[in-house]
Design a protein around this ligand. Sequence first.
Ligand SMILES: [Zn+2]
Length: 323
Amino acid sequence: MSMAFSKVPLFRYITFFSLPPPPLPRLRTLSCPQYPFCSLSSSSASSSTSSSDSSTSPPQKNTSSRWRPTCLYFTQEKCTMMDDPVHLEKFNHDISKDLQVNSAAKCSQDLDFFLVLDLEGKIEILEFPVIMIDAKTMAFVDFFHRFVRPTEMSEQHINKYIEGKYGKFGVDRVWHDTAIPFTEVLQQFEAWLIQHWLLGKEQGSRLNRAAFVTCGNWDLKTKIPSQCNVSKIKLPPYFMEWINLKDVFYNFYKTKKSEASGMRSMMNNRKIPMFGSHHLGIDDTKNIARVLQHMLADGAQMRITARRNPDSQNVEFSFENRI
Ligand SMILES: [Zn+2]
């Protein structure tokens, strides 16, 4: 989770977008604020900010290439409006769209796949997004995305927390509609890993030919172990090692520390435009994946930067010069 944010309100999510009309107390559709954390650098996107209520607008022509917010019901396999052209026009249902590449990785990699992960949630995990990238072709392969319901917080605290965190993007309702406990998220994630042959079916396996890629050490060094503790489960062994993209970036490009200190600074340094809402996990994950693709195209060798010792639980880092 990187800390910088944009103050430029260029795009917004609409709160009321995918399921059939909800019960009245949850309707909060008509006052769509300009979400202060939204940021969009796509040159074709500035024309797309005008329609505020898609439910009555006809589909616009020639807009298929413009940037659109992702349908967050779809990413969690819960979109019920896939046959509604207005909905399809308004929301992106193709995660690969922002991750197109026209070259392959410049140098060979030890791993076959990278799993870009960028958790959200300071107290407990609220969002668990993963994007799978092919190490050789740099192509998008698949994604896994779930909103996560805290286990130890009161309902009142959750409501306030979600309002503050996701209300500004207008996606608090989809969060409430879809969030499931962390233990269920992990079960579904493991099934997803097995489906991609990245994890053996027996418990206790490490990742096969793949590694997590994160922006910093916080996600896997701090947050996952702390959430496992709260959720009263053992830390799964596939979370024991990872690639901190910032360390690889810093050492590969030989930048100043400040230029590799977060997602936004790395994107600025490489002049990669940012898509979506900063601090919406699925959008940040896409942007980090785009930094990864850029680095692979430039010839960066990805390698494990941090390993947790299963006995001592201490984390050891491989780069001498680290962020
Ligand atoms: Zn949808």
